[in-house]
Design a protein around this ligand. Structure first.
Ligand code: AHR
Length: 494
């Protein structure tokens, strides 16, 4: 029998603004995330602007990236910013001990990152070193980047080629301080957060300061941080990755998997909902006015590395399954958008759930890229309340809702509806009521493919890409949608 779902969207009751930063990205000095993927150097035969790849920037600009987190990740807590300024041929060479022990020549430093930020038209989110740095080093970096004064640090920036100060919109105070950032206890980190953030604020009053938040379901971390330092922070983060087998050793392959791993990956992805609900409930107790942002500043799929690649480089293919994971997570962030005001998928280029993959001069857009491109219509729109009654998708011991949905209304009054079918075999008819809608037209695009692990390759880069969707019919306030199996659909009603 055909599967059926019902959805009601209250078009005339707009809620919170969906912060565009939910569509944020993350780029770490890890594998080819920066070197090769973004930075090729001015003398490369790969077309570039001041060393930054033109093809990758052009592709990423299409996503309207709102914010970019850098330089890590674990790398941030062993990064010393002075290594990455001044003449490139005189910069020190370090060992990237977190990510394969490879040589870090520091060719890509503060000026190169800020150039990338400007080329992308995005905002900077800089993670400062708490684990192996000092408050002085952190505040000096901020002064170097943002001061308009005639201080020695501001003039050093000018001497290095940048006259005007840059804007640093967000500062991350350490990264995973419970793990690679220093194996700290929350009480200890809360005190360090207070100390670092005081001096960071002296250097720049405008940057928002985000505390290093919990590892997935470690609610105690959020509790202690909110209790001990909540009043001094502008945001706190969460890191949670979707891993098919749910364990760090033998995670599961990025392609060539069976339905068992499709189902378990999506089941694990949906745990994000519980984590958001529970961390936010803790935040609400300490901050009922919702002043403090919740930033899921690392999320996405994490698989076994591609065979034949350096396992420390976290390079993985990206398939239709990743597109489904992206759609489900973005719908969840929007549904919690009165508190979730940033999210940064890990990572933008060549690492984990990437937007683009590169191989020498070649580049491809992943299925995840296309979800971000389809969903960008939600950026800064008002969320709309929805009620969804969906059948379940069953496989083995997995029993999860088959449909995920989200809706928003933009400044021009256009309604966008994003729908994801998690079931790889059954299409679902969704009977939708759009109360308060005056729309007369519906159009949209769909992202799907015949195989669960369909993906783009350098030889066939357009296997998975969105096409026009003809499965929606609008009659007054009733919208009928035939949602294909394993698909992401974004509709526009006007
Ligand atoms: O994104 C890869 C790594 O995952 C980051 O460096 C770290 O913060 C997390 O454990």
């Amino acid at each position: 029998a055909a599967e059926r779902a019902t959805l009601s969207v209250r078009v005339d009751e707009p809620q919170w603004v969906i912060n565009r930063n939910i569509y944020g990205q993350f780029a770490e000095h890890l594998g080819h995330g920066i070197y090769g993927g973004l930075w090729v150097g001015e003398h490369s035969t790969i077309p570039n602007v001041r060393g930054i790849r033109k093809d990758v920037v052009a592709a990423l600009r299409q996503l309207q990236i709102p914010v970019l987190r850098w330089p890590g990740g674990c790398f941030a807590d062993e990064y010393h910013w002075r290594d990455g300024i001044g003449p490139r041929d005189q910069r020190p060479v370090r060992v990237n001990s977190n990510w394969g022990g490879v040589t870090e020549r520091n060719a890509f430093g503060t000026h190169e990152f800020m150039d990338l930020v400007e080329q992308l038209g995005t905002q900077a989110y800089v993670s400062v070193n708490v684990g192996s740095g000092t408050p002085q080093e952190a505040r000096d970096w901020i002064e170097y980047m943002t001061s308009d004064s005639q201080s020695t640090l501001a003039n050093e920036r000018r001497k290095n080629g940048r006259d005007r100060p840059w804007k640093v919109a967000y500062i991350g105070v350490g990264n995973e301080s419970w793990g690679c950032g220093g194996e700290m206890r929350p009480e200890y980190y809360a005190d360090l957060y207070r100390r670092y953030s005081s001096f960071i604020r002296l250097a720049d009053k405008h940057a928002k300061r985000y505390a290093s938040g919990a590892n997935s379901s470690n609610y105690d971390w959020t509790e202690v941080l909110m209790r001990e330092a909540g009043k001094l922070m502008d945001g706190i983060s969460l890191h949670y990755y979707s891993i098919p087998n749910g364990r760090w050793h033998g995670k599961g392959a990025a392609t060539g998997f069976g339905e068992d791993q499709w189902a378990s990956t999506l089941k694990n992805t949906l745990k994000m909902k519980t984590m958001l609900d529970r961390h936010i409930a803790i935040m609400d107790r300490y901050d009922p006015d919702k002043r403090v942002d919740f930033a899921v500043d690392e999320w996405g799929t994490w698989y076994d590395p591609e065979p034949g690649t350096n396992p420390a480089f976290l390079y993985q293919q990206n398939s239709l399954r990743d597109a489904i994971v992206a759609g489900v997570n973005l719908n969840l962030f929007q549904a919690h958008g009165d508190r979730v005001r940033m999210a940064n998928i890990a990572q933008m280029v060549n690492v984990l759930q990437a937007m683009v993959l590169t191989d020498g001069p070649k580049m491809l857009r992943t299925p995840t890229y296309w979800v971000f491109e389809m969903y960008k219509v939600h950026q800064d729109a008002h969320a709309l309340p929805i009620r969804l009654d969906t059948p379940d998708y069953h496989y083995g011991d997995v029993d999860i809702p088959a449909v995920s949905a989200s809706a928003s209304i933009d400044a021009q009054g256009r309604v966008h509806l994003s729908l994801v079918n998690l079931d790889p075999k059954r299409s679902i008819r969704i009977a939708t009521t759009l109360s308060g809608s005056h729309a007369t037209q519906v159009s949209g695009r769909v992202l799907t493919a015949p195989q669960m692990d369909a993906h783009n390759t350098f030889d066939a880069p357009d296997q998975v890409h969105p096409v026009a969707f003809d499965g929606a019919a609008l009659k007054g306030q009733s919208l009928s949608v035939q949602l294909p199996a394993k698909s992401v659909v974004v509709l526009e009603l006007r």
